[in-house]
Design a protein around this ligand. Structure first.
Ligand code: IMP
Length: 417
């Protein structure tokens, strides 16, 4: 048994792509098991940048990759991604994977525009696709690659979707059922070669002693159940999502790596207790290049939040941390949120209700600014004392060891602790 999962411990964009790429070298298979092309994983190798939405980050290392049942897949986006990728891709897609249809994207945008409390979604059709899956109105990969079934399903679902869009949002589809069928049928024919039972293949691979790396998308506090609902995504980025998303038992996972950015960012709306404004936010945003990979939106920026991280450890059971973007904090006066005070009560964890969060006063611990030259760092010992203090405080407070430290976008800017 050797399953490892890489999870975003905050609001997404922690640098999972880079960490997955780093770990993929030792893996045989890399699997995406939830989310869709709302994710954007950026990987830099020798100054060449790769941006991935659907493809698991293991493709860059030429590994076998799998898209599991818990993913929602937009085949139009996947086609672009495959075309842009110059190497041959060794991939299978689970027949149960749900397909994002054009009406999902139109509905996602229409709902966002019509709502007074918009979520700030990526407008990639993620929520509507997962909703149709739960409603049992979805089209799966097995349907996409079966011409007759695809036609039947589109003819059944399209009129209902189009009418609802027109009546509720005055935005009917700008494509006919026939146009959608033609486009998707073409893609289905192209992608039928990727069909494979991911659950079965992973299980066999693990039985044979192969190393399987599961690449999470989004982050813990965007989890549909345990995130800052309703400002969440529609899948389960917490570690339990691996079992339901990939069709494997939870006892096949050995390591659960939490990716933690040295500070916090969030794209889209929703609570963010340690959010910074003004010059400091601008400085970190600029130094950290904190703009969304998928939508280009500037990310909201804040300090590291230990009540959030302790809660993230509870939800995910992290066996270790991979800490990213340490370089961004160089020369910046630093603080870490250590607890919240709500009324007279001091709490060490992230409250489940947004109402409590709004009332929370945050207690911080200050740290001396640190500095280092990334090119001089070859091992953990090369970091100055101030950096070690910052990192060891996080370990102590979360009771999880930091094992990987990333201090630059390139694969080489990484050390093990
Ligand atoms: P959706 O997943 O497009 O429905 O968006 C729901 C919320 O999750 C919004 O706040 C998005 O900004 C956020 N979100 C979705 N995917 C990502 C991601 O990969 N990184 C960070 N935030 C994301």
């Amino acid at each position: 048994m050797s399953g490892t999962v890489v999870i975003g411990s905050q609001f997404g964009d922690e640098g999972k792509g880079k960490i997955t790429d780093f770990l993929a070298e030792a893996a045989d298979i890399v699997v995406r098991y939830q989310g869709g092309n709302n994710a954007g994983h950026t990987i830099v190798i020798n100054e060449k940048t790769f941006k991935l939405n659907n493809l698991p980050s293991g493709v860059i290392q030429g590994k076998k990759v799998m898209i599991a049942a818990g993913v929602v897949l937009d085949p139009r986006n996947l086609e672009k991604e495959i075309n842009a990728f110059e190497q041959e891709i060794d991939m299978i897609i689970d027949p149960r994977t749900h397909i994002i249809m054009p009406w999902h994207c139109v509905l996602d945008s229409a709902m966002e525009e019509a709502s007074k409390n918009s979520i700030g979604t990526t407008k990639r059709g993620i929520g509507p696709c997962y909703a149709d899956k739960a409603l049992r109105k979805g089209i799966r990969f097995e349907d996409l690659i079966n011409e007759n079934r695809l036609k039947e399903k589109i003819n059944e679902i399209f009129p209902e979707k189009n009418r609802a869009l027109e009546l509720v949002y005055s935005t009917p589809m700008n494509m006919t059922a026939e146009e959608i069928f033609n486009q998707y049928n073409e893609l289905g024919k192209k992608f039928s070669k990727y069909l494979g039972d991911v659950s079965f293949e992973i299980s066999n691979a693990l039985d044979d002693g192969e190393k399987v790396l599961f690449e999470g998308a989004q982050g813990t506090f965007l989890d549909n159940d345990f995130g800052t609902y309703p400002f969440v995504t529609s899948s389960h980025p917490i570690s339990g999502g691996v079992a339901t998303g990939a069709g494997i038992s939870i006892n096949r996972i050995e390591k659960i790596i939490g990716v933690i950015k040295a500070y916090t960012t969030r794209v889209g709306e929703g609570p963010f207790p340690t959010e910074l404004q003004g010059n400091m936010a601008e400085l970190i945003r600029k130094q950290g290049n904190e703009y969304g990979t998928t939508t280009g939106r500037p990310r909201r920026v804040g300090l590291l939040d230990l009540p959030m991280m302790r809660t993230s450890v509870r939800f995910n059971g992290f066996t270790e941390w991979a800490l990213t973007k340490l370089d961004v904090l160089r020369k910046i006066p630093l603080s870490i949120a250590t607890s919240y005070k709500i009324g007279n009560k001091k709490i060490q964890f992230f409250p489940y209700s947004s109402d409590s969060l709004e009332k929370a006063e945050i207690e911080y611990k200050d740290f001396k600014p640190f500095d280092f030259e990334p090119e001089n760092i070859v091992s953990y010992d090369d970091f100055p004392k101030e950096v070690k203090n910052y990192l060891e405080f996080i370990e102590k407070e979360t009771k999880v060891p930091i094992k990987i430290i990333s201090f630059g976008p390139d694969r080489k800017d990484t050390v093990l602790k």
